[in-house]
Design a protein around this ligand. Structure first.
Ligand code: ADP
Length: 312
């Protein structure tokens, strides 16, 4: 109740799948703008669920980083709804920029800047034992100074306990890695890395790279465009609960094929992309590996955040 009184709720900013978002400000300092995200909690799950969610979210409040949206406060309102008070990010998200092909121009240096911010956000999460599990352009919000911030930790869970069995039904389909599509119950940070690779590919071609309409189609697209997950490239994959691949086996594509389609970011950029899209999660580059990649040190330098393209 204390937390709730710290903020004043204003007009509705938007409506998402599972939340209404309102503009708000701090009661003590009206210049501090916030977004208040009111999660629609299903009635039958109300009992006992909200306190649980709040405990998890308290943990996210401590995850402070320039490229991660600040969770300023969490409270439940009298109707048992969960309210998240977030830093206000007024400039939309990366998806809006990617889609507005007619009005928004960007190049390799801009992509490198955005990818750098995303890589640092993911590294910070993983270093603090948090999986994001829903990385996509729509969840990369843009601050007034151009900084990109990873948002929507709705599905985030701690992964410190290695024996913890987690649900495989996470991550929006297009950004979902093969281990989750095959129903793996034990997974790790590699799931986020795959999503990072999909975002990178999408930034380059300005349309979703593998937009499957169903999970079966998603696996078919991965199999055709990246390579078929087989025991050869991924020992143990055929034992995953929902393993199934198209009958036509495609060998994993080499660098030349990626250069054809993604060559705009140069050979080092393409190397980075290939390493994020390793079928075998154990072979996939780690968050730390991303930060240590040579791509950051090749020309062009990443654009300074204040010079990045903005929504029209
Ligand atoms: P979705 O993920 O479907 O866009 P959200 O519930 O995350 O739904 O957000 C709904 C809308 O509220 C967004 O489209 C955006 O316009 C706005 N919004 C969400 N978070 C913020 C924020 N931190 N700052 C400003 N606007 C926000």
């Amino acid at each position: 109740e204390d937390e709730k009184r710290k903020y004043v709720k204003g007009k509705k900013l938007g409506e998402g799948t599972y939340a209404n978002v309102y503009l708000g400000h701090s009661r003590s300092d009206p210049n501090v703008l916030v977004a208040i995200k009111k999660i629609k909690v299903q009635q039958q799950y109300n009992d006992g669920m909200a306190p649980d969610a709040i405990r998890e979210l308290k943990y996210l409040q401590e995850l402070r980083h320039p490229n991660i949206i600040s969770l300023l406060s969490v409270f439940s309102s009298k109707d048992q709804n969960l309210n998240l008070v977030l830093e206000y990010l007024p400039l939309g998200d990366l998806e809006m920029l990617i889609r507005d092909v007619d009005r928004v121009r960007y190049g390799t240096a801009d992509i490198k800047a955005w990818m750098g911010m995303l890589a640092r956000a993911v590294w910070w999460c993983h270093d603090n034992f948090v999986l994001h599990r829903d990385i996509k352009p729509n969840n990369l919000l843009i601050a007034a100074d151009g900084e990109v911030k990873l948002a929507d930790f709705g599905l985030a869970r701690g992964f410190a306990d290695p024996g913890y069995r987690m649900t495989a039904n996470v991550i929006t389909r297009w950004y979902r890695p093969p281990e989750l599509l095959f129903g793996a119950r034990h997974y790790g940070g590699a799931v986020d890395i795959w999503s990072v690779g999909m975002v990178f590919a999408e930034l380059i071609i300005r349309s979703p790279y593998l937009p499957g309409n169903t999970e079966v189609e998603q696996i078919a697209l991965i199999s055709k465009q990246i390579g078929t997950p087989t025991e050869d490239v991924w020992p143990g994959v055929t034992s995953l609960p929902q393993y199934t691949v198209p009958s036509e086996v495609t060998p994993v594509w080499g660098k030349e094929a990626y250069m054809q389609r993604f060559g705009a970011v140069g050979p080092e950029g393409v190397d980075f992309l290939i390493k994020t899209l390793a079928l075998n999660p154990k072979k996939r580059i780690t968050a730390r590996g991303m930060l240590e990649h040579r791509w950051w040190h090749t020309d062009p330098k990443p654009t300074r955040k204040e010079d990045l393209p903005r929504k029209a």
